[in-house]
Design a protein around this ligand. Structure first.
Ligand code: DC
Length: 232
């Protein structure tokens, strides 16, 4: 059986994970958050005290890493590092930069590629990340490039951090968003870019519900899924 796949790529804070999670639930697909996989590598790198831009150091660590992904009864993706559930730990703000830096190393991308492809071979997936439509699943049934203005994305990230009880300064969050965009788009290996056959969805002026309806409509049209029909 051929499983269906929707690739959602875009810069950080565009709403990819929130929307992809809800869309997957609505349609009965598996939601695969590939950023969480890179974050798990970022966390491992940090815990070992390795500089995330030290390619040789990070590459030497990879064969020792045991990273896995499991879905809980809640249907949500949990990340495990050597058997420890690190789903919460990878969301610490400082892990973002570690993940982004480690993600620019070809050795890290190669290491994680098969895990992502295998998941799509075995399930209907909505997979989000930076290079899903261009590298991981070039044959995806639908590719969406989800974006929004940097200020709007920083505002969302800022509120998210405050809601989680973390300290945050808006200007700093904006500077981090801009810096991460730069690193994610300018890196040599698998940079964030628009796949030729991707549909662009800009959510700057849309709230969550508006963005959700926009993407749901796109997916239903492209995958010919009728309303009220979820794949069980
Ligand atoms: O989506 P996120 O913010 O959780 O991702 C964390 C970092 O991982 C991000 O800065 C870029 C990197 N990443 C990537 O390079 N490729 C992906 N497919 C997903 C994430």
């Amino acid at each position: 059986m051929k499983y269906r796949s929707v690739a959602i790529d875009g810069p950080s804070g565009a709403g990819k994970s929130t929307l992809a999670k809800r869309l997957a639930q609505e349609l009965g697909f598996l939601y695969v958050d590939t950023g969480a996989i890179y974050r798990t590598v970022g966390l491992a790198v940090r815990r070992r005290g390795i500089d995330p831009v030290d390619e040789a150091g990070v590459a030497a660590l990879l064969p020792e890493l045991s990273i896995s992904m499991r879905y809980g009864e809640d249907g949500l993706q949990h990340m495990f590092l050597s058997g420890e559930d690190v789903t919460g730990a990878i969301r610490e703000n400082e892990i973002s930069a570690y993940a982004s830096k480690a993600a620019s190393l070809p050795a890290v991308r190669d290491f994680l590629l098969e895990m992502q492809r295998r998941t799509a071979r075995e399930h209907d997936v909505i997979m989000d990340g930076r290079d899903i439509g261009t590298v991981v699943l070039p044959q995806a049934d639908l590719k969406i490039f989800l974006t929004a203005a940097p200020e709007a994305r920083a505002q969302r990230r800022y509120r998210e951090l405050l809601a989680r009880g973390q300290q945050a300064d808006f200007d700093q969050v904006l500077a981090e968003v801009v810096e991460r965009d730069r690193r994610d788009t300018e890196r040599e290996t698998a940079p964030l870019r628009l796949a030729e056959d991707a549909v662009t969805a800009d959510t700057t002026a849309l709230d969550l519900e508006g963005s959700f309806q926009l993407l749901l409509g796109l997916i239903r049209d492209h995958l010919l899924i009728k309303e009220g029909q979820a794949d069980e």
